[in-house]
Design a protein around this ligand. Structure first.
Ligand SMILES: Cc1cc2nc3c(=O)[nH]c(=O)nc-3n(C[C@H](O)[C@H](O)[C@H](O)COP(=O)(O)OP(=O)(O)OC[C@H]3O[C@@H](n4cnc5c(N)ncnc54)[C@H](O)[C@@H]3O)c2cc1C
Length: 344
């Protein structure tokens, strides 16, 4: 991550970070142990956003070296050597993962379009990749891709109409464009010009690596390129992708508070009723009880009627005006409030 992140992340940076980690969560091969780390980060979004250095502690707790050694990519002894190459590899894996796993996403599907994923990667590079030249060139390569129609990224989330493999083509095209820019920059620095042959030679994969990737006219065969990239980057034998719920758009937690029923008051109530009935039965005969109960019931009834009369009186006695009907404030219209069970 960019060394400048000593201050809390802005809301834009935080969103870009969350989208990036969610993308890793969704697209990386399910068997990879890195998911433990990703999940830990996902549980700490707020604290990382407040204090970005927090992420180092999380990395340490997973025994991930904070200055990783990019075995396959390392070119020299510099501590960050191989990082850029590693990031490219990650981008290619993600792009294939998106194509492989899009059917396995539950919920929040509206977020997953090929255009969205490319935005997440563009944002990640422009905010977190600590190389200004790379940031500028990456965005320019993306613009060139749009002009060249290098891949048809889509906002459409419909599985049928979206060609998810286009994302793999998009990042492959961008990587090749950066390869060319890098070659031209290196040549310019040493006062040379790049020939067409040299430029073609830098394009990946070469004809020897993948003879079937180009047709006889030298045009790309996109289907073959995709399967070449797939064999190169996607781990073998991953046949059961896990189901992932992406629900950031509905992140508001809807916790339904379970009201635990306390049975103790009910038990005490029932016991006291049973006890009073038992003592009544003991002290009075059944007829006495009946008589007693009837008189009690009448008493209660009288009382309730009396109260009702009073309330009717008080309502009628209130001055009423045809044009300006006034009601006591306390009687105001009781609004029916619909309780949304999910808002509890
Ligand atoms: C987003 C981004 C932008 C960058 N911008 C610049 C820049 O503007 N200027 C600059 O000098 N450096 C830039 N870099 C760094 C540069 O691209 C290389 O990563 C770095 O120089 C190391 O080169 P490398 O020889 O290890 O091969 P890398 O280019 O890093 O490639 C790693 C491996 O990927 C494979 N590969 C090569 N091309 C493709 C492709 N098209 N599709 C799929 N796989 C491929 C090859 O097996 C290769 O060995 C950028 C890196 C990134 C991630």
């Amino acid at each position: 991550m960019n060394q400048d992140f000593k201050n809390p992340l802005t809301s834009f940076q935080k969103d870009a970070f969350i989208e990036w980690i969610d993308l890793l969560h969704w697209s990386l091969p399910s068997q990879w142990k890195i998911h433990n780390l990703i999940n830990d980060i996902r549980h700490n979004y707020n604290s990382i956003a407040k204090k970005p250095s927090q992420i180092k502690l999380i990395l340490e707790s997973h025994n991930v070296p904070t200055a990783p050694i990019w075995n396959e990519c390392k070119l020299n002894d510099a501590s960050d050597s191989g990082y850029a190459c590693g990031l490219w590899k990650l981008f290619h894996i993600i792009s294939i993962g998106v194509s492989e796993q899009h059917r396995t996403v539950l919920g929040g599907k509206e977020r997953i379009s090929s255009a969205h994923v490319s935005d997440v990667m563009l944002n990640y590079v422009s905010i977190f990749f600590d190389c200004e030249l790379c940031q500028v060139n990456f965005l320019q390569s993306h613009e060139k891709c749009i002009i060249d129609k290098c891949a048809s990224l889509s906002d459409d989330v419909n599985e049928v109409s979206t060609n998810w493999k286009e994302l793999t083509t998009w990042i492959w095209y961008l990587h090749n464009d950066i390869n060319k820019r890098k070659l031209q920059e290196e040549a310019r620095m040493s006062g040379k010009t790049v020939s067409k042959v040299e430029e073609d030679a830098i394009i990946w994969p070469g004809t020897q690596q993948c003879p079937q990737c180009r047709d006889l006219n030298g045009e790309w065969n996109r289907i073959q390129v995709f399967s070449f990239l797939f064999n190169e980057y996607w781990p073998k034998g991953i046949s059961n992708p896990r189901f992932v719920v992406l629900d950031r758009s509905k992140r508001i937690k809807r916790t339904v508070k379970r009201k635990e029923v306390n049975i103790i008051p009910f038990t005490i109530l029932w016991l006291s009723i049973a006890l009073s009935l038992w003592s009544l039965q003991k002290n009075m005969s059944l007829s006495k009880i009946k008589k007693f109960a009837l008189s009690k019931w009448n008493e209660v009834r009288q009382k309730s009627l009396g109260v009702k009369d009073k309330s009717e009186k008080s309502y009628q006695s209130y001055p009423s005006n045809q044009n300006n009907r006034m009601r006591p404030k306390s009687i105001g219209v009781a609004r029916r409030t619909r309780i949304d069970p999910f808002s509890l």
